[in-house]
Design a protein around this ligand. Sequence first.
Ligand SMILES: Nc1ncnc2c1ncn2[C@@H]1O[C@H](COP(=O)(O)OP(=O)(O)O)[C@@H](O)[C@H]1O
Ligand SMILES: [Mg+2]
Length: 252
Amino acid sequence: MTKVLSIVNAKGGVAKTTSTLGIGYALKEMGMKVLLVDLDAQANLTTSVGISPREELNISDALLDNCKITEVIREANGVDIAYSGHSLISRENAVAHSVTGAAKLRSILKKVKDRYDYVIIDCPPSLGIYTVNALIASDKVYIPMVAEPFAWNGLDKMLETVDIIVEEELNPKLKLGGLFFTNHSKNAQTILGKTIVKEAQDQLGDRVLKTAIRTNVALNECLVMNQDVFSYAPDSNGAKDYRALTKEIVNS
Ligand SMILES: Nc1ncnc2c1ncn2[C@@H]1O[C@H](COP(=O)(O)OP(=O)(O)O)[C@@H](O)[C@H]1O
Ligand SMILES: [Mg+2]
């Protein structure tokens, strides 16, 4: 059965896109068929795999029934990508007010889902209509987090949004897959960093994944080279950590 995972955090810069790529290409390395979905108007995921974001014909066209989802999917280094474009911003209202609104992504993914072992959705830094679409389409939600001041802000709201989606039966099977720390540097060893990690463990227990992704330059460098980190630097800490995280995700 295909598993659909959303990578969600209302904050920007917490490695949602880096993690979508890291988990997606780690799954590919494990022999899985993978579809990545870029739901962010900034289209960083799209650009990262060497696709130029397009105003016309992107994932928002599929959400508005202007085209089929297969028309906005391209292959990049062995993984399929449903790509984004800047027009997602101006189309937010149109998507929200369409008949299928927040359930549209689930409906269009149904048509292609069976071709894949995993679908991973990279969300924008908000809890707006695109993120809600992702949550309704998903089996599990994963929250990347950086152990920095204010990291905790907004987490309650995200967990509450997941609860509402389950309780209101918009997607009763949605589960919190877990929270994981990203860009984990020396700062994480400070009192502040340790307090944030402990706070997460106190609130979420074993839903805090064991693997933290260390700060690693290969995760940035590979983007410039238009490669995934596993092809670019297979022995880097970035590749090792995303492999370990992905194993945890697959086995949970
Ligand atoms: N583990 C890491 N090591 C080094 N740089 C990282 C790491 N994770 C993310 N980054 C960098 O941090 C920035 C923000 O990451 P990104 O994935 O774009 O966040 P988001 O999608 O949540 O906005 C990017 O420049 C990215 O390359
Ligand atoms: Mg992003």
